[in-house]
Design a protein around this ligand. Structure first.
Ligand SMILES: [Zn+2]
Ligand SMILES: [Zn+2]
Length: 97
């Protein structure tokens, strides 16, 4: 199975195989979805592995680490934006059992 690139948008089902089936040549992943212009995901945002054998669906799971690829990607993007703010002052979920 060739690796895939997926559109990061749950509403969009665009995906592309990153290998030409006839020639075996690898194809570079587009950075932007040609259908909806959302960013494409070509490696698992959680473990960094190539996306291989990803089932179709709104919430495809990484075959390596079982992360929800689209939510992990959304968290990653969100996390980058939030990293500007200083560390949270207190733990919202204190674990004093
Ligand atoms: Zn798309
Ligand atoms: Zn993974």
């Amino acid at each position: 199975m060739p690796p895939l690139a997926l559109c990061s948008r749950p509403a969009c089902d665009f995906r592309i195989e990153l290998q030409d089936r006839k020639t075996g040549m690898s194809i570079s992943a587009p950075s932007i979805c040609p259908k909806c212009e959302a960013p494409m995901i070509s490696v698992c945002p959680a473990c960094g592995f190539l996306l291989i054998q990803i089932p179709a669906g709104k919430h495809p799971l990484c075959s390596v680490c079982r992360a929800d690829i689209r939510s992990a990607f959304a968290r990653l993007v969100f996390g980058v934006h939030r990293r500007r703010s200083p560390k949270p002052a207190e733990d919202p979920f204190p674990s004093d059992s």
